[in-house]
Ligand binder design. Structure first.
Ligand SMILES: [Zn+2]
Ligand SMILES: [Zn+2]
Length: 266
């Protein structure tokens, strides 16, 4: 599944460029310049690149995984009996999508960019060029967490490299100026992306704990649902495994979503 949306494709490329630039500055201008003769150098290089690896894994899974597209019916659906009592008696909360011309399960919404109905759709995110829905919200949140961690880590490295005395550093003025310039750009980039993802992460957690997707928040549907614990609501999104596993982008969450669809054939 890959959405052909120019804005989304540009945002995905900007994301990779920003992450690669941060990695370049940390390795070339911080680790190799200020930590080359201490054990902190290899430690920070490995730790930073491990977070980059998890970030990109989570991002790739969020971009390419199916967010929960409701399959189209095999044949055209007859909506003439839509208001009759018999139709959908066991599926009263199913709604009709006039664009896809089909019945869709509760909490599914139509995305105008993906041009399909998405189960438990939260919003369409250009940064992953995909919808955030039932099947990939976990990967989207992992991506946000890793961007937040990476931003905090990069800011810490820049600040420490400025504060700490560095007698062995290259005294050449040109090298010093380049290092300062790259560090300032990295600082601004990290602060900007860090605050941005932190705000979205808080928003996502509020939506999960309120049992409302981004789309439903407008409609205030959460308060009418049965009360569930915060842990239960989080594991609906992240999976039933141990919470420590929630941060690993290599875990599949697809098993629990196989709800049968109604097919109303003519
Ligand atoms: Zn639709
Ligand atoms: Zn979408």
């Amino acid at each position: 599944m890959f959405v052909k949306d120019p804005c989304g494709i540009i945002c995905v490329l900007v994301t990779y460029a920003a992450v690669l630039y941060a990695d370049y500055v940390v390795i070339r201008w911080i680790v190799l310049q200020t930590m080359f003769n201490s054990l902190w150098g290899p430690f920070n290089a490995v730790a930073f690149n491990t977070i980059v690896f998890f970030l990109i894994m989570a991002h790739i899974r969020a971009v390419f995984s199916d967010p929960g597209v409701v399959p189209l019916p095999q044949s055209r659906v007859d909506f003439s009996d839509i208001h009759s009592a018999e139709t959908g008696c066991e599926h009263v909360d199913w709604t009709v999508c006039t664009r896809c011309e089909m019945y869709r399960p509760p909490r599914a919404h139509h995305c105008r960019i993906c041009k399909r109905c998405i189960k438990r759709m939260d919003h369409h995110c250009p940064w992953i060029n995909n919808c955030v829905g039932e099947r990939n919200q976990k990967y989207f949140m992992q991506f946000l967490v890793y961007v937040a961690i990476l931003s905090g880590y990069a800011i810490t490295l820049v600040v420490v490299s400025w504060i700490k005395e560095c007698p062995d550093c290259d005294p050449t003025i040109l090298i010093k100026q380049s290092r300062i310039m790259h560090c300032i750009i990295l600082l601004l980039e990290s602060a900007l992306f860090g605050m941005f993802v932190a705000a979205i992460l808080v928003d996502q957690l509020q939506a999960i704990f309120g049992d409302e997707t981004g789309v439903e928040q407008v409609q205030h549907k959460g308060p009418y649902r049965a009360h569930k614990s915060k842990y239960a609501l989080l594991s609906e999104v992240c999976g039933q495994q141990h919470p420590l596993m929630w941060l690993l982008p290599c875990n599949s969450t697809s098993r629990r979503f196989d709800t049968p669809l109604i097919d109303y054939h003519i």
